[in-house]
Write a protein that binds this ligand. Structure first.
Ligand code: NDP
Length: 325
């Protein structure tokens, strides 16, 4: 068994807008926050292109640049930012025991969970087989490899619309596979897609199979769910942009969650059912899931943690006074 290496006052798990905002507030409040970034430092926004709706950037900014700004601001106030992955938590006794990268153990007096969410997959066997060989969950990461080629993209939300538009600038043609007869994306995003000549939107279309030659993707088999007609579309890439799953697996059984895995917090606060454990950002938000709302709840989590730690210190001070009286 590994020995406990240190005790941390305020542990922040995850480094998206929620985690960094929590870090800025916690560091300025002298909580000496330690942040473990997770395997994708900067979170989902590092895989996006232009962010136009985050206040303070009148000309827009790219996701990676914005997250770099967040990181610098958290560092400026002394956040201890560490690359590492929280692999296990024991919330059965206090202070809470946390395992990093499967071996290092530490104790945390307060925990801010800002683990965010990850891309969802269709669940097809052929999708998994060709993942990395033509199947991708991130247009910004992989679009470059499909320059001048024809690709398909599944999804109809803002992510899908944004990724289709991004791809349209690189590839020859994007087949956008929308399973219903309408988009879920916001109006300006839909308009952008519909006004892009090399995006062909195929409504009522579901993906049945990713076709390949054993090495790479060669096409995608789809079905029109109104007519039942199947067809093969010759493409070299399939991008999946169908939403996200909260990254909360390590807290299963320890914290209350909804059926998808979003951690439940007390309304109007970031408190979970456990004292000193707070949750912010996409890990607890199935509804808004915006960078700005994540940042807002990150701020709330730091303030909640600060109050929690202060009230514990007060209790100990009272106890010490009573014992010496
Ligand atoms: P959403 O949950 O909003 O959309 C997911 C889309 O994928 C839906 O259209 C859904 O179809 C479709 N889908 C789900 N499962 C399947 C499946 N098995 N086969 C085919 N299609 C499927 O997720 P997003 O990631 O798009 O957006 C998440 C949040 O992030 C939203 O609030 C969005 O507004 C925000 N966002 C904002 C951006 C910006 O402002 N720049 C950029 C990206 C995201 P159906 O509609 O039929 O359910």
């Amino acid at each position: 068994m590994q020995a406990i290496i240190e005790q941390i006052k305020c542990l922040i798990i995850g480094s998206g807008p929620a985690g960094y905002t929590a870090a800025i507030y916690a560091a300025r409040a002298a909580l000496q926050p330690v942040m473990y970034t997770g395997m994708t430092p900067g979170g989902q926004l590092t895989q996006t292109t232009e962010v136009e709706n985050f206040p303070g950037y009148p000309d827009g900014i790219t996701g990676p640049e914005m997250m770099e700004d967040f990181r610098k601001q958290a560092l400026r106030f002394g956040t201890d930012i560490r690359f590492g992955h929280v692999s296990d938590v024991d919330l059965g006794s206090y202070p809470y025991e946390v395992t990093i990268d499967g071996d290092k153990k530490l104790l945390a007096e307060s925990i801010i969970i800002s683990t965010g969410a990850s891309a969802k997959w269709l669940g097809l066997e052929s999708e998994a087989r060709y993942n990395g060989f033509g199947v991708s969950g991130c247009a910004v990461c992989d679009g470059f490899f499909f320059k001048g080629q024809d690709v398909a993209l599944v999804g109809a939300g803002d992510t899908a619309a944004e990724e289709a538009t991004y791809l349209s600038k690189l590839v020859n043609k994007v087949y956008m596979l929308v399973r219903r007869d309408e988009f879920r994306a916001s109006k300006p995003m839909i308009e952008r897609v519909l006004n892009t000549p090399n995006i062909e939107v195929m409504y009522n279309t579901e993906t049945l199979e990713v076709l390949g030659d054993g090495l790479n993707v060669t096409g995608v088999r789809v079905i029109d769910n109104k007519t039942g007609k199947e067809m093969d579309i010759p493409v070299t890439g399939l991008f999946v942009a169908i939403g996200h799953q909260p990254n909360t697996g390590i807290f299963k059984g320890a914290l209350e969650m909804d059926e998808t895995g979003y951690i439940k917090t007390v309304p109007g606060s970031t408190a979970t059912a456990l004292d000193g454990v707070f949750c912010c950002g996409d890990a607890q938000d199935p509804k808004y899931r915006q960078a700005i709302t994540a940042a807002g709840t990150g701020c709330m989590a730091a303030l909640d943690a600060e109050r929690f730690l202060a009230s514990r210190e007060n209790q100990f001070a009272h106890l010490a006074t009573a014992l010496t009286a």
